[in-house]
Write a protein that binds this ligand. Sequence first.
Ligand code: AAL
Length: 414
Amino acid sequence: MKTTILNFILFFSTGFGFAQNTEGFPFILPNEKPDREMSLAMERNYNAYMAPRPEHNELYSQFKYTKLQGFDYNGGDGTISRRDPSKIIFANGKYYVWYTYRNTPTHPQGADKCNDTIPSSDWDLCDIWYATSEDGFTWEEQGVAVPRPPKPNVGWRSVTTTDILVYKGKYYLYYQGFMEASGLRGDDCPVAVSYADSPDGPWTPYNKIVIENGAEGEWDQYSIHDPHPFVYKDKIYLYYKSDFDGDPRLVRMQGLAMADNPLGPFTKHPLNPVIASGHETSFFPFKEGMAAMVTRDGNEHHTIQYAKDGVNFEIASIVSLLPNAAGSFVPDAFNSKGNGRGITWGLSHVIAANGWEKNHAVLLRFDCDLSLDIDDPDMKNHYEYYRPEFFYKHGLNEKQLKRIELQNKELITK
Ligand code: AAL
């Protein structure tokens, strides 16, 4: 009863539900939130984003891509793959990147045909390799950093999807440690770690699981993917992805595990999953919090998200052509005191680079303006132009064509 009376008073006091605005919304878009009643969309335009227009939104950017020099892929026959690049660091006067490297006699053949030399997936039977560069465009491959260890050590089947942590002068590579071929049950693995005194190694495997799978029935019980470490507010924040459910499709979301020591113990955040979308999500310190490029999966894919506390993320912008599996150059990745400056470039990958038959991934460079230190208006345009041929490549399948044919027949025969 009380609510009804309150609604009645509100209805009449706001002029039968119509706004009390005495004039239309201004022609020049106000930079600050105007003092007027607004629709939910206009409230959101001023409350949810860092600026009311993309070109002024520090967490909006377009992405530009460049082919890298220095990596050979055997003519794209699917026997060599490089993917899931780490964050990039600058040391000894050059850039370093680590990545999943596969070099097998055949392209991936699926879990039912794989064996000790034939890979089940593009990231099966892999090692962690690394490369260096003086400009981020031409790379010199240095070779293996972390090889698969002998059975039964964690990662004996494949070590993949690595990321780098620099902590108190030592270097740590976290990676997925497969103990069976990916795809036998699922893409199941925990996370392992190796450490070194130099980015050039030699790397010593910890030979223990450093981020455990969740308990039975928990979202991350089978896979701990994409380990992504930072030092944020003097703690190690390691973001990761898990894929779960699977009926009808896998759900992919992001979790957070924290530690005071690079070798653990890591404690998973009680609010996990902390991002309800994404796949190979790439994070970076920004202002007092953490930002994330959320790609591929989930309701909020194709967004850049931001959490002032590094845990409770909100959508900061909606973007297109996000880099997949981005390994960004994040100068303040390991010393962020809540004053993150953002990013301008990194490496990412494109899977099935030569089609799904000869399935392999290639690395490429992306550039953007998600930085407080540059202002590149050419990165802040509102859309990318695609020629008609690009749209035609995303055509209807046989099932959809059949449905349309039936719909047409139903109309004609009515
Ligand atoms: C990638 C990452 C993980 C998955 C597979 C290889 O995109 O999410 O590393 O296991 O795909």
